[in-house]
Write a protein that binds this ligand. Structure first.
Ligand code: NAP
Length: 315
């Protein structure tokens, strides 16, 4: 099969197209004929240094999420999955390929009414966004700041918070990204590349911090007593790292998305169902051929992307 190899960590040029043996599903696993492979900011960090949530064992075919059709079952895998349109999470390896093996427990049938590319776009980002929303619990009328609001997770968080009745302040870099966030329902938008941006935002009740660093810390400074700070990313290169005492001293709660397998599965299913119902719209901003995985990573790293970036595996 065709696949993308990662043989050393480094800049995007280390993602090299090549041939790989067809994988075979083991017990409890299924084989997926892949149409779309997801790419995420986290995957670009892993490719660069090997750091992050995935097992760093080279050489490997990277890729953490796919969508396609189940074409074979390993022993004990549910027979009902055969021939189904599914999305699947892969523990960080094997996704940038024509065929992928997934644990049956990590497979979600794609609900009717949801296109396969949209389901792949919702797989990781939708799960992450739903988990953060559940942790920070924005209420109707509360003012909610979403950082990287035009990104994969950010575009979904904006929609989920608006649907919860919150007043959303979208923070992002550049007018194109701010306009996208407004089009998704954000009532206010601010460019955090401009000095003094936080002063222009004013007090908020919830911060969704997917950027970290100075931006995350400035956002923390805006929280009212009773507010919630949810740091789930470090796109800036470091976590916001708010000390617990600093939060307690301000009457602010530090919250985090739940990470149990049940919570991850339920959040994914919820995001897919909301997508199928038309209440959550994934923004697929960029599409690349499988062989162009390096270009996809370059685009994500250079902050040039909006929404989700997918690899179209069949072209
Ligand atoms: N996708 C997931 O499932 C998942 C899971 C766990 C954690 N996260 C975390 O959530 C955050 C968002 O992830 P995502 O996949 O949705 O990515 P993304 O938001 O689509 O891309 C990252 C964005 O971060 C912003 N950014 C701010 N400072 C940056 C810097 N110094 N370098 C590069 N980008 C910078 C950029 O938007 P602006 O140009 O608007 O600043 C950039 O587009 C990341 O921190 C990621 O680690 C994601």
């Amino acid at each position: 099969m065709r696949a993308i190899w990662l043989k050393q960590f480094g800049d995007p040029s280390v993602l090299v197209p090549g041939a790989a043996p067809d994988p075979v599903p083991g017990a409890g696993e299924v084989l997926v004929a892949v149409e779309y492979a997801n790419t995420t900011f986290v995957e670009t960090r892993f490719r660069a240094t090997g750091a992050g949530p995935f097992r760093a064992e080279l050489p490997m075919v990277p890729g953490n999420g796919v969508g396609g059709t189940v074409t074979a079952l390993g022993e004990g895998a549910p027979a009902g999955l055969l021939g189904r349109r599914v999305v699947a999470s892969l523990s960080g390896r094997g996704g940038y390929a024509e065929l992928a093996v997934a644990a049956a427990s990590a497979v979600h049938p794609v609900p009717d009414g949801l296109a396969l590319d949209e389901a792949v776009a919702l797989l990781a980002d939708g799960r992450t966004a739903v988990l953060q929303l559940r942790a920070a619990r924005p209420a109707a009328g509360e003012r909610v700041l979403v950082e990287a609001a035009a990104g994969g997770v950010g575009t979904l968080l904006v929609q989920l918070a608006v649907a919860a009745g919150a007043r959303v302040v979208a923070a992002a870099g550049g007018e194109r990204k701010l306009a996208l966030a407004r089009s998704l329902g954000a009532q206010e938008a601010v460019d955090y590349r401009e000095p003094g941006w936080a002063d222009r935002v004013g007090p908020v009740d919830v911060v969704f911090d997917g950027v970290g660093g100075e931006i995350g810390r400035a956002a923390f400074g805006l929280l009212r007593p009773g507010g919630r700070m949810d740091s789930f990313g470090l796109a800036a290169g470091e976590w916001a790292a708010i000390p617990a005492e600093a939060a307690a001293g301000r009457g602010v709660e530090l919250v985090a998305g739940e990470r149990t397998p049940e919570a991850l599965r339920s959040a994914t299913a919820h995001a897919l169902a909301e997508g199928a119902a038309g209440r959550l719209r994934p923004v697929i901003g960029q599409r690349f051929a499988l062989a162009e995985a390096a270009a996809a990573h370059t685009a994500i790293e250079s902050r040039a992307t909006v929404g989700k970036t997918l690899l179209e595996v069949r072209r």
